[in-house]
Each structure stands twice: as C-alpha cells, then as structure tokens.
Design a protein around this ligand. Structure first.
Ligand code: NDP
Length: 601
C-alpha cells in the first residue's frame, strides 16, 4: 500500500481536514487548570459519597487480633484474591470493605441502565467456579451484584468480612513483622500480609463550578443514585420523575447508560454535554441456554485468553467474543498487519490513523442515521481518535435525543459554567430545573494514597505518599520496597488488559504463590531489593507505549490528564510489551522458584 491509496478520493474523507477538525475541537477544550478544575468530594460535599444502600452502621466491638492476610476492598479484585488464597488453603484471611456488601464498583454504581461493557462471560469473575453463566452477553448491574454476593457466599467471605469499615491508616512494625491496620470503627488489627485492592475509580468527583452549593433543588452523583427521589430501579421506570425537570451533567460511559431511562421518565431532561462520547452498536442478546450447557471445562479462561490475545493485537484464528472491542482492535491492526507483508513498518502509525478515521466516520454516520434533528446530530458527533476517550456501545442512547422532552445542551467544549438557586448555566443561558445529576466521573491521576483514603507508613516511617510522589516505584507493579508484605492490585507497572478482571486474576495467582511460599517456609517478610525495583521501574519506562504525541493530540479527558503533560505517565504506565508477555513472565518467575528480586527476612 502506498500513499496514493490513502487519498480523499479512495477514502471518502480527507485525512488532513479531519486532522485539522480534531485539532480545533481539542483546542476548544484545553484549559489551564487541567485536573484541578474538579471539585473533590470532601468537606461540605461529603454527603455525596454517603452510602444510600444501608441504614445505619451495625455496632461491633473493635478488632485487635492477628490475621494472616488482610484484603482491603471487597470488589472484584478483593474477591478474586480471597478466592485464590482460600483455594490454596490460606484461610485465615479478612476482607475490609467500605460498603455494606461485596461488589465494589457494582455495589456503588446502581444507576438505571448500568451494565457491563465487556462481554459478561469473560468479565464476571469465577463463573466456572460457581457453575454460572450470565443471562445476557452484556449483563446488567443487578445480576453482577448478585454474582458478587454469590461469590461471597460460595467462598464463605461474609464470615471473614468487616463491612462498612474504612481503613484510616496502616503502619509496619518491623520487629513484630506485622502491619497495624486502623479503621474508622476503632479497629487496630494486625496482619502479616496486606492486599491493597482499593479500585482505580472509587472516588467520585464534581464539576468545580461556582454556585454548586447555591442550588436549592435536588442533586446526587451517579455512583450514589437516589432511587428514593427518582423512583424505579436499575432497570429504569423512574416514575417519580414524571413531574420533574431534570438536568444531567456529563456524557461519559455512565451517562450514556442512564440517559435513556431519564429521557423515558422525566417531564423534561436537559443533557449538558462538554464532549460527545463515541457510541457504537451494542447488540446485546440473551444467553442461549443450549450453548451455556455445552461449554466445556476451562471455557472461561480460554475465552478470556482469546479476547486478550485479540485486544493485544495478536492474530488468532477465531474471535470467540466478536464484539465492539475486538472489532476496534481488528480494524486498527487490519490495515497494519493484514494487507500484505510488504508494508514498511514506518507506515504503520499512518495506517492505524486511517483505520481510526474510518471507524470514527462510521460512528459519526450512525449519529446522522439515528438522530432526527441535524443540529443535535452534529453536536453528538465525536471528533477525536477512538481511544482518546472510553468507547461506548449503546442501542438507545442516541435515539433518546429524538424525544420531545429531551434537549441536548451542547456547551461547545466549555461545559457548565455555574449553578444558581434554581438552575444550571451554560452558553450564557440558565436552565431552570428541579434536579441535577452529576455524571462527572471519578478521580484519576490523583495520588494513590489520596484515592485509597489513607496513607501507608512503611519500614523506618517511610510514607507511601512520599515514596510515590514523583511516580510509582514497584517490582512487577505488586511490591514496593520499604512496604514489606504489601501487595498492590493494580495495572500500573503490571499487565494491562481491557478486561480488568483477567489481569486481577493473574495478580491473584501471583499473590497466592508468594503468600503460600512465605507461610509454608516461615518467611516473615518479603520486599523487593533496591536493585530489582530500580531495574523494573527502568524497564517500565523503557518499554512504555505511552505515546506523548498521541496523548497530546487527544481531546482532554482522564485518559490524558485533561490534556496536560503528565510527568509521571510514562513511569506509571503498564508493562509495555503487553499483557500476554507479562502474564507469561510472571508464570516463568513462579516456575523458576527462587522468588527473584524479593528479599526475605
Ligand atoms: P467520565 O469521566 O468518563 O465522564 C465524565 C463526564 O463529565 C464527561 O463527559 C465530562 O466531559 C463531563 N464533565 C465534567 N465536567 C463538566 C462540566 N463542567 N460541564 C459539563 N460536563 C462536564 O465518567 P463516567 O462515570 O462516565 O465513566 C468513568 C469510567 O467508568 C469509564 O471511562 C469506564 O472506564 C467506567 N465505566 C464503565 C462502564 C461499563 O463497563 N459498562 C459504564 C460506566 C462507566 P469531558 O468529556 O469534556 O471531560
């Protein structure tokens, strides 16, 4: 393929015109305050993160006992870790969870329409262990939460859980080789090992706009949906909104799922948009029960690995999942890989860009085909490369803008500018409403310990917030020197895959192996050697696939630190060779058997 094949005549679009349009749209949205634009939820805003799903806090005596493994976080990561430890006979474990039940993201996010975007057969953990196949290809939040509760029952996690408990601090006692874990319930428990599974998107944020506290109507954040006010459930039917004028701020992946339900129920709905999401076909379908019954042993792992291979850019014979995610990647690599073997490698970025333009043209054409009002349709078209923002998939979001009670307030990239007693202001116009729903997402890129909600004081009083102030320092993303026996469940400096639970399970196997060895061999403490940690950090930096120029050209968002250069992004990135080599490397590390890079005491 040569440049002559990539002209506007052969492509039906002009790449230069699109490039320029993308640049103009990005520039409109760049702002000097970057991530600092947001209002964090604390102080007078703390009520936005109150738990709406529990009534009161049951009393219990503070705990001061000694536990083998404490897992902080009862979401997917914490549950998978617990399951793998229990399977290895490591039973003296405890899970500390802020919420009133297991589920993590799926405990908190119960907004109407919430559903998984990754195929549920590979996204829901431990399906085979529970002999369970979800009832839809993209199953909805209630079934996911129920599955979490089933996992907790199956592995007897409830008897090992401290629910509605928030860790307030952790410190290492080097002579006792124990962590002291303190909580808001007065606990001062001791643990040999601690698994930190706090979740990457657990701290909601609000727009930092003047007048937000002046508004006299009702407000809430999507991650704490107020069904008492709206009526209905995760399935919709928000009957109490029938006489309400509702505003929703934000049009990210969360808003895309709940807006169809708001549009169907509210007297009026104003959708305040700063940047449109890309909305591809969802094509959900019920699970074929005959197919579910026919699944052979090992099906879930095989399917996860097939998806992971495809989304990592590997060519595999069969695409088992066949969905929007694998299509995205297939399209992106097809031009680069499949169109003959004579492609000059220097051409690949350009071909990938063309494949991206083609996909986004298709997404924009879909808007025109669905949205009746041409002005609204134009405003709903995303002009940026597909992975600048989280791709979305929905079959009734765009249709919602054809409803007479629904108005898109396109803010031309500027966002809502203020709120007052009775309304929301954007584009210099105030819209009077009864209720404002913040679909404004979660903190990303703020300090790890801030998002965790507590700091760790390691050996010699070293604070994790200080050690990681200028970037993460770990071995395998899992251990950090000075913090013995702590395991970080994260994709930073570790394997990243679009299907997070897959990476979590790989980490859980690594932790199962190391903790098992320590308990069996009476190893009191492990931590990475300085040399091993330094080498790993250097390797991560050297392999980083974070393309500064790709990020800089993207429209602002949490993927690119709101459009500002991030000095830590290269160091905090995932293992650059991709998830498959990372998982293989961890397996080889276990097989080798010396626990290379870890110092023992
Ligand atoms: P996002 O951070 O993706 O979206 C926040 C939205 O708020 C953006 O549209 C943003 O606009 C907008 N916004 C912020 N400030 C203003 C303002 N002042 N005025 C107007 N709009 C504003 O949060 P989400 O909760 O939607 O999604 C977070 C992540 O959660 C997703 O990326 C995904 O990883 C995950 N998720 C997964 C789902 C699934 O698997 N099914 C479903 C939902 C979420 P702008 O784009 O211009 O910044």
């Amino acid at each position: 393929m040569t440049d002559s094949n990539l002209t506007s005549a052969t492509l039906n679009f002009d790449p230069d015109t699109l490039r320029e349009k993308y640049r103009i749209e990005r520039d409109k949205r760049l702002r000097p305050d970057g991530s600092a634009q947001y209002q964090s939820i604390d102080g007078e805003f703390s009520n936005y993160v109150d738990d709406p799903y529990v009534r009161g806090v049951p009393t219990r005596a503070p705990l001061e006992d000694d536990i083998d493994v404490v897992i902080i976080g009862g979401g997917f990561g914490g549950m998978i870790s617990a399951a793998r430890l229990l399977e290895a006979g490591i039973e003296h474990i405890r899970i500390i969870e802020k919420g009133g039940d297991f589920g993590g993201t799926w405990y908190w996010n119960r907004y109407p329409g919430a559903a998984c975007d990754t195929e549920s057969y590979i996204y829901l953990p431990l399906c085979e262990e529970l002999n369970f196949v979800p009832k839809e290809k993209y199953t909805h939040a209630p079934e996911i939460l129920q599955h979490c509760q089933n996992i907790a029952q199956h592995y007897d996690l409830y008897s090992r859980a401290c629910l509605q408990t928030q860790v307030s601090g952790m410190s290492w006692n080097d002579s006792k080789k124990r962590w002291l874990i303190e909580t808001d319930r007065g606990d001062a428990m001791h643990a040999r090992f601690v698994i930190m599974s706090n979740g990457p998107l657990n701290r909601p944020k609000l727009p930092g706009i003047p007048g937000i506290t002046d508004f006299k109507g009702h407000t809430f954040h999507t991650s704490r949906w107020d069904y008492h006010y709206t009526g209905g459930s995760s399935e919709g039917n928000l009957d109490r909104l029938a006489d309400k004028r509702v505003a929703i701020i934000g049009t990210g992946a969360t808003a895309v799922q709940c807006i169809p339900h708001l549009g169907a129920a509210a007297k009026s709905l104003h959708v305040f948009q700063r940047t449109p999401s890309s909305i591809d076909i969802r094509a959900n379908r019920p699970t074929d029960s005959a197919w579910a019954k026919s699944l052979p042993e090992g099906w879930q792992k095989a399917r996860m690995e097939n998806f992971n291979a495809l989304t990592s850019g590997r060519i595999v014979e069969e695409d088992l999942v066949m969905d929007g995610w694998t299509e995205i990647i297939r399209n992106l690599i097809s031009m680069a890989n499949y169109r003959g073997k004579d492609i000059d490698p220097r051409e690949i970025p350009k071909l990938m860009e063309i494949a991206d333009f083609q996909k986004m043209e298709q997404i924009r054409a879909r808007v025109d085909a669905i949205v009746e009002d041409p002005k609204t349709a134009e405003a709903l078209k995303p002009y940026y490369r597909q992975f600048c923002k989280r791709p979305c998939f929905h079959d009734s979001y765009l249709q919602t803008f054809n409803r007479p009670n629904v108005t898109l307030v396109d803010t031309q990239g500027q966002g809502v500018t203020s709120m007052s007693a009775h309304g929301v202001t954007a584009n210099g116009q105030t819209f009077e409403v009864d209720c404002v729903i913040f679909a404004t997402g979660f903190e990303v890129g703020t300090a790890y310990t801030r998002r965790a909600g507590y700091d760790l004081q390691g050996r010699g009083g070293l604070r994790l917030s200080d050690k990681w102030a200028k970037g993460l320092k770990t071995l395998h993303g899992l251990h950090s020197r000075g913090f013995p026996n702590v395991f970080f469940m994260s994709t930073a400096q570790a394997g990243f895959t679009t299907n997070f639970p897959h990476a979590m399970d790989e980490s859980a196997h690594q932790m199962q192996y190391i903790i098992g060895r320590c308990l069996n061999e009476d190893i009191a403490a492990i931590e990475p050697s300085q040399a091993a940690e330094d080498a790993w950090v250097q390797e991560i930096i050297g392999l980083s696939r974070i393309s500064e120029s790709f990020q800089a050209e993207c429209t602002p968002g949490y993927y690119n630190n709101e459009g500002q250069p991030n000095p830590t992004s290269t160091q905090n990135s995932a293992y650059g060779k991709g998830p498959i080599p990372f998982f293989q490397r961890m397996a080889a590390w276990r097989d080798e058997g010396s626990m290379a890079g870890l110092e023992r005491s």
